[in-house]
Design a protein around this ligand. Structure first.
Ligand code: NOJ
Length: 704
């Protein structure tokens, strides 16, 4: 298209828009231009703000608590005079929360992230968003996108793990999915919400470079690739200031650097003031109006908060509402509607299968054969499946298939499957002894509101595993945990499977994995430590903190970065996971081999090409992982994930995979100039199948 034609087209579009404004001005009144769907969201918001009274503006800026109806967790009444729809907010990290019934219980997000498949996360978001929409929710409080810093964190199961790049990919994908299904997504918790101990007041003391390189990338991706409508500011303080009145986080970074134009709502009870919050970037108080009701109105009337500050907040709320079509579509469904569907039940199982990580499989004991005599031990294996974590992400499961039922159904009625709940170690050992294979289901109880006291399996579970292993060398441990656990018995057992909190299809999914109906392909999104002290946040100053302060003194060395930097051997490294088949990587090609240094994130994309072959005799999938090592003088961790792809391959099949390196691969965040820079030097690109198994490498030079 020539330049002239392009200009003419632009002119015509402009004339058409003006024409539509004129028509709407005649049909309605000029002041109701916000009802004109043809106008851009920003213009519609401005025309609506011009028609609003102060009381109406303030109505939008807070929730109503208690709510008129017992449904949802947050509610902002609509304003019929202006056609402003009400907002219904509901939790949903693994399905619609807040005691909604007839919804799907999905696996925990940490399981979904273990798939290393952004496509699966997009579908995950779509399923969640669809059910929220059916329930009448137009703001879904999901996903949780904080990086896991402390392995004991009680909300690890709600997260995507310890790596900023993996988190960023997953966050953007899930948000796109949610918003494609109707609701506005509300990504939480902004920022440095990395522990539950003292969660309402904890002060995270973190340096600026670490903030930008480790904790911000998922939030940046939520804006730039997910186009998220809203963020929830966290309970904690960052560098001495509460998140919901922190100008560095809310104004300088979120608005100035990330160019976020949606709204920031407070976590429930995380607002601490009227004037400082209004001045420093909080758009909406939740769940009630302690500060953003009469107090805020009085501050405006007294001239302490200007109308333009209020208008800005209201604009932030209205723009995503217009963009997402909340004004233009019929209201979504109702809290009492059923959101169940066979497709979504099947999807819950698909996520559980794709998220289950095979960690150990000595002597190829797995997959099992149907005629194998199996003993199932542990409460999570029988009557009380551990399918979900606790707190606001809780979901009323429509059903839960126990591992015992799943295995029995899979292996057939005639199969010899016995069970013992593990409360009596001697009795359980007898059951284990009498079987060909003993499968111990072990669990942790992770929940919002408290951290795990330590990384050990609670109660007598280690003893149960040891008792089974002592009498049956074919003992397999299935972990239903939200995060890493210590495995003092690792050398005594033949197999370990991390199934996380697998959702309603628990037993069906684990049966498919154990019997090889589904070939495991998941990879750990966080490191499993060998001992309680060999972790990045071992000192009390780091976690749970001293005098209300957590020192982020490990700086950039979060997760595997710390294990690599300190040469500490993990039990299972980040990115690790076994399969029933074997893959081989070869022929790494990097193009171009030289890029030019510049200010800002490197714009030149380096392409990574690599061959992956399934050399075994089963179909499966491998996750190709690309890590970049920066020149020592850049002061970065030894290596960092910068690209990955899950590659399904039939037995014997070979594929050439192309991956583009993340723009930050050859960059560091320069705090003095407040921007990403690409220092010159030689960078090493390593390719493999875990952070500790990187057989291929090549060099990329960054030149002036
Ligand atoms: C507190 C939690 O931190 C947040 O994630 C949740 O959305 C709200 N409560 C509402 O339930």
């Amino acid at each position: 298209m020539s330049d002239l034609v392009r200009k003419l087209k632009c002119l015509l579009v402009g004339v058409a828009i003006l024409g539509r404004i004129a028509v709407s001005a005649q049909e309605n009144t000029p002041s109701r231009a916000w009802e004109n769907k043809a106008l851009p969201p920003e213009l519609r918001a401005d025309s609506l703000i011009a028609a609003m009274t102060l009381d109406e503006k303030i109505t939008l800026m807070h929730g109503v608590d208690p709510m008129p109806q017992k449904a949802y967790v947050g509610y902002v009444p609509g304003i019929p005079r202006l056609g402003i729809p009400s907002l219904h907010l509901a939790d949903g990290r693994a399905g619609v929360g807040n005691d909604a019934i007839d919804v799907t219980l999905l696996p925990a997000p940490i399981a979904a992230a273990s798939s290393w498949d952004p496509g699966l996360l997009e579908k995950f978001g779509e399923v969640l968003g669809r059910e929220e929409w059916i329930k009448g929710t137009n703001v879904a409080l999901a996903p949780s996108i904080d990086v896991v810093r402390v392995p004991e964190w009680g909300r690890t199961f709600e997260s995507y793990g310890e790596d900023p790049y993996l988190n960023a990919q997953m966050a953007a994908a899930e948000i796109r999915g949610i918003q494609s299904a109707g609701p506005i997504a509300d990504a939480n918790m902004y920022l440095t919400m990395n522990q539950e101990s003292n969660r309402f007041d904890q002060n995270s003391v973190v340096d600026d470079r670490t903030l930008h390189e480790i904790y911000l990338p998922p939030f940046a991706a939520a804006v730039q690739d997910g186009h998220v409508g809203t963020f929830m500011c966290a309970y904690v303080k960052t560098n001495g200031k509460y998140s919901c009145e922190n100008p560095d986080l809310l104004i300088t970074i979120l608005r100035g650097q990330l160019k976020f134009d949606g709204w920031v709502m407070s976590d429930w009870g995380a607002t601490h003031s009227a004037i400082p919050s209004a001045e420093n970037g909080l758009d909406q108080e939740m769940p009630g109006s302690k500060y953003y009701g009469d107090s805020l109105k009085a501050a405006v009337t007294a001239g302490q908060v200007t109308m333009s500050v209020i208008d800005n907040h209201v604009r932030h709320i209205l723009v995503p509402m217009f963009r997402q079509g909340i004004f233009d579509r019929a209201p979504s469904g109702s809290w009492t509607a059923s959101a169940r569907s066979p497709e979504r039940d099947a999807f819950s199982r698909e996520v559980a299968e794709k998220g289950t990580v095979l960690l150990k499989n000595a002597g190829h004991l797995l997959p099992l054969r149907k005629q194998t005599r199996v003993a199932i031990l542990g409460v999570a294996g029988g009557a009380s499946p551990k399918a979900e974590g606790g707190g606001s992400s809780g979901v009323v499961a429509p059903y839960k298939i126990s591992p015992f039922d799943g295995i029995r159904n899979y292996a057939g009625k005639e199969a010899d499957v016995t069970y013992s709940d593990g409360s009596d170690l001697k009795a359980s050992a007898e059951v284990a002894r009498a079987a060909d294979v003993a499968i111990v289901f072990a669990q942790t109880d992770e929940t919002e509101g408290s951290d795990r006291p330590n990384l050990s399996l609670p109660g007598n579970q280690d003893a149960l595993i040891e008792a089974a292993a002592a009498v049956n060398r074919n003992t397999i441990v299935v972990l239903d945990t939200g995060g890493p656990v210590l495995m003092p018995w690792i050398d005594q057992v033949a197999g370990v499977v991390e199934a996380w909190y697998p959702g309603q299809e628990d037993g069906n999914a684990i049966a498919a994995i154990l019997y090889g109906d589904f070939n495991p392909s998941a990879k750990l999104p966080l490191t499993f430590p060998r001992t309680a002290t060999a972790i990045p946040t071992a000192s009390p100053q780091q976690w749970p903190g001293v005098n209300g302060e957590s020192a982020y003194s490990e700086q950039l060395d979060v997760g595997y970065r710390w294990y690599d930097a300190t040469n500490t051997e993990p039990l299972f490294p980040f990115g690790f996971g076994l399969s029933y088949t074997v893959f081989e990587l070869s022929h790494l090609v990097l193009t171009p081999a030289t890029v030019h240094s510049q200010t800002g994130p490197a714009r030149t994309q380096v392409m990574v090409k690599v061959d992956v072959r399934n050399t075994g005799d089963r179909d499966g999938a491998e996750v190709v992982q690309v890590y970049v090592e920066q020149p020592a003088q850049n002061g970065e961790p030894p290596r960092q994930l910068r690209a990955f792809a899950r590659v399904p391959l039939r037995a014997g099949e070979k594929r050439t995979v192309s991956l583009g390196l993340d723009p930050h691969s050859f960059s560091i965040y320069d705090s003095s100039s407040q921007q990403w820079i690409s220092p010159t030097g030689e960078y090493t690109v390593r390719v493999g199948t875990s952070s500790r198994d990187l057989p291929l490498s090549g060099k990329v030079g960054v030149k002036q």
